[in-house]
Design a protein around this ligand. Structure first.
Ligand SMILES: CC(C)(COP(=O)(O)OP(=O)(O)OC[C@H]1O[C@@H](n2cnc3c(N)ncnc32)[C@H](O)[C@@H]1OP(=O)(O)O)[C@@H](O)C(=O)NCCC(=O)NCCS
Length: 330
């Protein structure tokens, strides 16, 4: 019997999708006053994948979902719920989740979006685990998907270098052995909305924030977000590991939200985890928001790093603020 709590649910299929077009740091040097050295040393990002005009979030979700369903070997008609973490859906309404439902033929599912910024995937995982614990579902399709690059101000060098576009999907079902989601914790604090937001077509579009910053773009106070993120991520890591009935030494991999290598390094240090136990792919994709964790988990597994029987910890932080942590035995 392995150490730690018995999982309720587990992941049986994963899929990802991201745009073909790559925007490198040297490409960005031609757009704003920046340079590769600054971006790499401050963030760890070398390049990111960006969408072309006319592409939709649902396009990427559908591809990722189909791959996850194929790996899981699940009939789409057996999916009971589709929970999609996104703040960049195709429409103001309906949800992007219903577009995915229609495309994959999951006619028996209830489908909805979750608005939790970069924590959207973890919030969706939390819901899936809760639905399975309550015997309200047999199979849940969860997704984290974000096309943020159409939302950034391409003349603001402090934000436009950070983000990339992607989608990730997973099928979650009841655990049958010791493998699965051992803990998942989430939380929020609405006191710092002004530090990271985008009004877009929201009803605040004639409010004070819009008057001072314009309402089209993503707006961020990077320094302040950084400070909050480091503190909260450590707390999430400690909580998720304790709830799983484990200690930091039991963790084989930290696969965190890929927002900034310095934030990730600080979290690992505070947990006493060496960097060779930390999975990074931020250099290839930038911050893909709610897609970042499923994309990192997918790559960690497919590169043969995250192996069957190993235990991973993930922590996320995003605008709102929102946050979460999970421990999963693969
Ligand atoms: C955005 C971030 C990389 C900025 O790094 P930083 O070390 O805090 O840098 P600062 O904002 O203090 O800026 C330092 C200098 O670099 C400049 N700078 C900002 N962006 C730059 C860029 N892309 N290229 C070159 N210089 C840049 C600033 O203008 C500033 O110059 P000044 O000192 O002459 O005013 C960092 O704050 C960060 O990653 N924050 C968290 C963001 C995040 O993760 N958000 C999503 C949460 S899910």
């Amino acid at each position: 019997m392995s150490k730690g709590v018995q999982p309720i649910s587990r992941i049986i299929g994963m899929g990802v999708s991201y745009p073909e077009t790559i925007l490198s740091n040297s490409d960005l040097e031609k757009i704003v006053d920046t340079n590769d050295e600054w971006i790499v040393s401050r963030t760890g990002i070398k390049e990111r994948h960006i969408v072309k005009r006319g592409e939709r979030t649902s396009d990427y979700c559908i591809r990722a979902a189909r791959e996850a369903i194929a790996e899981a070997g699940v009939d789409p008609l057996d999916i009971d719920a589709i929970v999609l973490g996104t703040i960049s859906g195709d429409f103001r309404f309906p949800s992007t989740a219903v577009l995915v439902q229609e495309a994959i033929g999951a006619k028996n599912a209830a489908a909805w979006d979750v608005s939790a910024t970069c924590s959207g995937f973890l919030f969706s995982l939390y819901m899936a685990d809760t639905l399975l614990a309550a015997n309200r579902a047999k199979y849940v399709l969860i997704l984290g998907a974000e096309l943020l690059t159409p939302m950034v101000n391409w003349s603001d060098r402090s934000t436009c270098v950070l983000f990339g576009d992607a989608a990730g999907a997973m099928i979650v079902t009841k655990a049958t052995d010791e493998r699965g989601i051992m803990s998942v914790v989430i939380g929020s604090n609405g006191a710092h909305v002004d530090l990271l937001y985008s009004i877009g077509a929201g009803t605040a579009s004639k409010g004070d924030l819009a008057a001072s910053n314009g309402d089209r773009y993503l707006v961020m106070n990077g320094n302040e977000v950084f400070r909050h993120a480091v503190r909260v991520l450590e707390r999430m890591a400690v909580e998720a590991v304790a709830k799983a009935g484990l200690e930091p030494a039991d963790i084989d991999w930290l696969i965190p939200h890929q927002a900034n290598t310095r934030i990730i390094r600080a979290t690992a240090e505070r947990m006493g985890l060496p960097m060779d136990k930390v999975f990074l792919n931020i250099h290839k994709y930038g911050n893909t928001s709610s897609a970042s964790v499923p994309l990192a988990m997918y790559e960690a597994r497919n590169e043969g790093k995250l192996k069957d029987g190993q235990t991973m910890l993930s922590v996320v932080f995003g605008g709102g603020f929102t946050w979460g942590g999970t421990v999963i035995r693969f």
